[in-house]
Design a protein around this ligand. Structure first.
Ligand code: CDP
Length: 228
């Protein structure tokens, strides 16, 4: 069977990573959480007091940053300079700075290069903001996921609580709206729907229902390309 690239883009906390992980599992593909990489860079900048408005300081810091992923007991873990930061990168202090950091072109160049290398052998599901437009413009299946802001806020609130991260509903909503605005209006690789993406609005869909929709699309595409 032909191995494809599946690109999932969309607004903050609309279930991209839930869908991407489930698709990767069902297809025995790798999963790439591109947002985790921007979060890890942001964590490094915050913990090392790097002034991200200073281009030289950013370039220097990028040389010190090494990000990799591991699967431990069935969970995807993000490592920053060999330290497991999966928990820390989800904290609000990171969410509050990640969009300005992800708008910096030198940061994007470094991350995109690494992401493209991870997808070189195909057989990957990647989620983010620019996956179908910039990282893998030749992805065989592109999904643009959306959901109402209130539903996205409630989902993130529950997700953070389950991880033991306490945060107010209103603060989460404000952060999601702010990130959506910065991510969609930045000059370099703004979040936008690829012209060949399939839109899935999951406001009223369960995780199972959204997986079923996406998996059907993926299987049809794999079949079509394998028979071609
Ligand atoms: O999971 P959530 O929707 O909160 O966001 P994420 O996927 O962890 O991404 C965090 C932030 O990283 C986004 O708000 C973007 O600013 C940035 N990002 C990006 O610029 N490009 C990507 N491919 C992925 C994330």
């Amino acid at each position: 069977m032909k191995r494809i690239i599946i690109a999932i883009d969309g607004h903050s906390s609309c279930g991209k990573s839930t869908l991407a992980k489930a698709l990767a599992k069902a297809l025995h593909y790798a999963y790439l959480d591109s947002g985790a990489m921007y979060r890890a860079v942001t964590l490094y900048f915050l913990d090392n007091r790097v002034n991200y408005n200073d281009p030289d300081a950013v370039l220097e810091a990028l040389k010190q940053i090494n990000i990799h992923f591991e699967r431990i007991e069935g969970q995807n873990r993000t490592f920053l300079n060999d330290i497991d930061v999966e928990h820390d990168i989800r904290e609000m202090r990171v969410s509050e700075h990640v969009s300005p950091v992800a708008a910096i072109s030198s940061v994007r160049r470094a991350m995109v290069k690494q992401q493209q290398a991870m997808g070189a052998r195909r057989g990957i599901v990647a989620d983010g903001r620019d996956i179908g437009t910039i990282v893998f413009p030749d992805a065989e299946l592109k999904i643009f996921l959306t959901a109402d802001l209130d539903v996205r806020t409630s989902r993130r609130h529950l997700e953070l609580a389950a991880k033991g991260i306490d945060s107010a509903w209103d603060d989460i909503q404000k952060n999601l709206a702010e990130r959506d605005l910065i991510d969609s209006t930045r000059a370099d690789s703004p979040l936008k729907q690829a012209s060949d993406a399939v839109v899935i609005n999951n406001t009223l869909l369960s995780e199972q229902e959204q997986l079923h929709k996406a998996l059907s699309l993926a299987q049809a595409k794999i079949k079509e390309l394998s028979e071609a």
